[in-house]
Write a protein that binds this ligand. Structure first.
Ligand SMILES: *[C@@H]1O[C@H](CO)[C@@H](O)[C@H](O)[C@H]1NC(C)=O
Ligand SMILES: *[C@@H]1O[C@H](CO)[C@@H](O)[C@H](O)[C@H]1NC(C)=O
Ligand SMILES: *[C@@H]1O[C@H](CO)[C@@H](O)[C@H](O)[C@H]1NC(C)=O
Ligand SMILES: *[C@@H]1O[C@H](CO)[C@@H](O)[C@H](O)[C@H]1NC(C)=O
Length: 350
């Protein structure tokens, strides 16, 4: 039977936006004493990330990386309100990473104020996160999923902390020219249909851009990977699990030998794209996913991903009915379904 479905929720999520009020620093206070956590041995150096840049890093358990982003570009700052935004996209390649952002002034966010991973003292409480304007979901329910923020560019400076409770790797991208960023069509939904014993057709809606006209989709990277029977998802918010992430650009790169193929965007018609994947085996589970790439800046974003069991079944010996046998002989996935329902009806009414 054909399994056509979508992989649960959107690949990215706008995690809870928490605005915490802090009293301004008294002028006399010394930053190094107030921002003491920035100097813990498991907190990295303060590094700058430039606009449009994507950085890749490994991170060890209970460590924090500090990133500083500054936007003094007059053009982006003078955009109309609805486009004067900044995208902050944190994608785990492996493991679990949380994003914490503070605007305007130091300190950097302090993940240790709200996350304690010591056995017996475990605590995760977003409301307690100090120096934090917004952050990922830290309660564990989305561990292994990306954090995508698109927030008003109301400040020229952003202080960013990336924390990992685990051995992880991540990419971080910051982009104020939001029109360059590809946004997967229909919230990243994919559909798959088995065409024959060895073939699956994968379809998706073309990526869009907001605002339009800055960039276009250049091409789509298509990934296909067979799953083991034991490969299952943590929950519907995560695809698949922290040690096998299949809905981020680097997770797909790291969990597959290479892409199955690349589909140029001009092969899509009327906003619909498809590709035929050959060589699938019957009665196996596969994960499929697609990554859109933009013309300007080569920014990439993954779709939501899809798991499908290939179940090509030709009914060789049908009951006494000749039409059934004929249909059965040419049937595959979709027709197989029809036939089974027909059998059921025969049982019910026959
Ligand atoms: C994590 O790091 C913080 C700050 O350095 C430290 O207080 C805490 O004990 C560490 N937790 C674990 C489990 O090592
Ligand atoms: C995931 O796979 C393991 C190993 O096959 C199995 O024991 C476990 O019950 C599965 N979990 C779910 C939620 O299906
Ligand atoms: C994982 O992906 C990153 C980013 O694309 C790449 O730099 C890195 O070499 C990859 N690592 C492995 C083990 O494939
Ligand atoms: C698949 O894409 C091709 C162009 O690449 C198009 O001609 C064809 O109609 C598409 N098929 C479906 C079922 O959308």
């Amino acid at each position: 039977m054909a399994v056509s479905g979508r992989a649960g929720s959107v690949s990215q999520h706008l995690a809870c936006l928490i605005l915490l009020a802090f009293s301004p620093l008294a002028p006399a206070q010394d930053l190094s004493s107030v921002c003491e956590h920035e100097d813990y041995p498991n907190v990295g150096d303060r590094l700058e990330i430039r606009d449009g840049e994507t950085v890749y890093r490994d991170i060890r358990p209970n460590n924090t990386h500090l990133w500083f982003y500054k936007n003094e570009d007059v053009i982006t700052m003078n955009q109309p309100d609805q486009y004067r935004k900044v995208i902050i996209n944190l994608e785990p390649c492996r493991g679990v990473v949380y994003l914490f952002v503070r605007k305007t002034r130091r300190c950097y966010p302090n993940p240790y104020s709200c996350i304690d991973t010591r056995p017996g003292f475990e605590r995760r409480d977003a409301a307690l996160c100090r120096w934090t304007h917004f952050l990922s979901e830290i309660d564990g329910s989305r561990d292994g999923s990306p954090t995508f923020f698109e927030v008003p560019l109301s400040s020229t400076k952003h202080f960013i902390a990336v924390y990992s409770p685990d051995n992880s790797a991540y990419t971080l991208t910051i982009l104020a020219d939001i029109g360059r960023f590809p946004r997967p069509g229909s919230n990243g939904r994919l559909t798959a249909r088995q065409l024959s014993e060895l073939q699956v057709q994968l379809s998706w809606d073309a990526a869009g851009f907001i605002p339009e006209g800055v960039a276009e989709a250049k091409q789509y990277w298509v990934y296909s990977s067979m799953l083991l029977e034991s490969d299952n998802r943590t929950n519907m918010a995560v695809f698949l699990r922290p040690d096998k992430i299949m809905n981020t650009v680097c997770g797909l790169q790291n969990n597959t030998d290479r892409q199955y193929t690349i589909v140029p965007a001009d092969q899509c018609s009327n906003g619909k794209c498809n590709v035929t994947i050959d060589g699938v085996l019957t009665d196996k589970r596969y994960v499929f996913n697609v990554v859109a790439e933009s013309t300007t800046g080569s920014h990439r974003m993954a779709y939501a991903g899809l798991i499908m069991r290939t179940d090509w079944e030709v009914i060789r010996q049908a009951a006494s009915d000749r039409t059934l046998r004929v249909v059965g002989a040419v049937s595959g996935s979709v027709l197989g379904m029809v036939i089974i329902i027909y059998f059921l009806m025969l049982k019910l009414y026959g």
